[in-house]
Design a protein around this ligand. Structure first.
Ligand code: RUB
Length: 321
């Protein structure tokens, strides 16, 4: 798929979910590098930077996207020729794709250990990594049952229940506002993340903070499954994660909205759950309390506080290797 095609699919949410977005961006950059016939190194670099900036501009919240792009673009390194730059980018893209697959498997393994036989689990939105933990536990023979929310307005819950159904896991499908009604039946909440900040706050699908707050009130543990590339290096220097606000028509049809001139529809796609409502974040490097997010950013992402030379505001520092 070309870079503009991938960018369009991410924007329209045909490709969605933090991991899929990151992976699609890495694949698009790899394929772009492969097909690019640049006359020299400078031209190659410039073209790649344009492609990277386009991908990063598509959705602002999932930090996996700029992190993946940054990781791949670091393949340009100190290359002196276009050929070297090309193989550097392709190599880094392949590395990212592989390590992201590996991360999901490792997290599933770690996460499954936190799921006990007989647990009833609540999940919100559609997270490949969170689902990986549940499916792994199920495949280990643990009898689990899942409550999955609908996830207004884009109904990502429909994808979640199909995956759970196909895995043979007993599943209950509920509207988002029913979470509190069922929370006393729940043993564990498992969700994914679009971003984790230095203070251990988790940015995830809108409604996640309500779920986590409800769980905390009922003393139900909340586990977040998140690869290290979802941690946000720039939050170390005080930057806030931008919360994407999507078109009103996702919430209320235009023809109805038109008849309500005094009503403004708000449609934030994500919210922020503070660290105090999260018990554990499971990464491919192991499980940490959210208060240790800094360590992940420091040790596994690396951060030279210096800008990567790329238009479009990429985050500081994934060393990568
Ligand atoms: C998706 C969402 C998911 C995270 C984690 O939002 O909030 O919970 O991205 O998913 P959207 P994963 O549908 O708006 O992209 O674990 O698959 O990366």
């Amino acid at each position: 798929m070309t870079v503009p095609e991938t960018a369009e699919k991410i924007k329209s949410m045909e490709i969605r979910g933090a991991r899929r977005i990151a992976r699609a961006a890495a694949e698009a950059l790899r394929d772009h590098a492969l097909s690019l016939q640049a006359p020299n190194n400078a031209a190659f670099r410039q073209d790649m930077e344009k492609a990277a900036a386009l991908l990063v501009s598509t959705r602002p919240t999932a930090v996996s996207l700029p992190n993946a792009v940054h990781y791949v673009m670091a393949g340009l390194g100190a290359a002196k020729t276009a050929d070297d730059a090309k193989s550097g980018v392709i190599h880094r893209a392949e590395q990212f794709i592989q390590s992201s697959q590996h991360a999901v498997k490792r997290i599933a393994g770690f996460g499954a250990r936190h799921i006990r036989d007989g647990d009833v689990i609540l999940t919100h939105c559609n997270s490949e990594v969170a689902l990986g933990c549940m499916i792994e536990a199920h495949q280990q023979g643990k009898q689990i049952e899942v409550f999955a929310t609908e996830v207004r307005p884009r109904n990502q819950g429909h994808i979640t229940i199909r995956t759970l159904n196909d895995a043979g896991i007993k599943t209950n499908f509920i509207v988002d506002s029913a979470v509190r009604s069922f929370i006393n039946d729940i043993d564990l909440v498992i969700i994914g993340a679009d971003a984790v900040t230095v203070n251990g706050a988790v940015v995830n699908k809108i409604g996640t903070s309500q779920v986590a707050h409800t769980a905390a009130e009922a003393r139900v543990n909340v586990i977040v499954a998140a690869e290290t590339y979802k941690f946000a290096p720039r939050t170390v220097i005080g930057e806030l994660i931008e919360i994407e606000e999507r078109p009103p028509a996702e919430v209320l049809a235009d023809e109805i909205a038109r008849t309500l001139p005094n009503v403004k529809v708000r449609n934030p796609a994500f919210d922020v759950t503070p660290a105090e409502y999260i018990d554990l974040i499971i990464t491919e490097q192991g499980a940490i309390p959210p208060q240790m997010a800094y360590v992940i950013i420091r040790e596994y992402l690396g951060w030279e506080i210096g800008e990567f030379n790329l238009a479009g505001g990429l985050p500081v520092g994934i060393n990568g290797d």
